[in-house]
Design a protein around this ligand. Sequence first.
Ligand code: HEC
Length: 251
Amino acid sequence: MKNGLFVFAGLFAAMTLSWAGIVAGSKIQLGGLAPYYDEGQGQAFPEPMPGQAIRGDRVYRSLNCAACHTQQVRRPDLGTDQARGWGDRQSVARDYIYQSYVQLGQSRAGPDLANVGNRKPPYDAADLLNLLYSGQGAMPSYRFLFRERKIVGQVSSQALQLVGPLTPPNGYEVVPTPQAQALAAYLLSLNATYDYPEARPAPAGKGATRWPRPTMSGRVPQRSGTTRCWRSTKSCSGAGRRRRRVTGCCR
Ligand code: HEC
């Protein structure tokens, strides 16, 4: 081919540019996103997932629950998610910083699960285990995550409370496997309710201020004079930090 080198260079440039835009660009923009430290509450958000929930995250992934469930609440102007009770605010990048595989989901055959641990009325582990065992409407049942076994001595405190045709035969009980328990713990840990500055709706209308950007340092955007500073302006002490002469913000 006469123009082989030319075609190769063109393809290489196209791949490099898309990689730079999609992978490197997102990494530069969001890769350093830190937890947000709330000085009033003396705590950082989001909170790391408890160990059992991390194991449940793997079960969720291996069963591909994301085929039918999303974990992303949209803004009111982009959908009815909040009106359906799936969350009080939109999801933001900071919600996912502790997740090694973000489960945004492929379709919405079932409800969004970004806040399933904070439904009203709230679920407890037993409700979720019952749902996983029995299924509901288009939600499949995951009976292989449970064991039916003979009752030896007393009924186990973990035995499901089943009714109707699902009731096990006399003398038998249905108990969750460790995978089912981890999955329930994971679902209960999905509770992205902390109100980050970047999750608040942008004020509408003319002369509105810009949408707050996530701060890499995890601090509240502060105003100093007329400039918006992305770090606290209280003290500019510390390694390499000095006050800028013009804006009054810290370097
Ligand atoms: C084939 C699609 C499908 C798959 C796969 C699926 N679900 Fe569902 N799920 C649904 C539907 C539909 C509902 C709503 C059921 C209803 O209320 O009638 C639902 C409801 C739920 C609810 C209750 C949500 C709420 O807001 O009350 C939870 C929790 C849930 N699913 C968890 C899971 C988990 C965990 C998995 C993977 C092990 C999973 N689902 C796999 C379709 C699915």
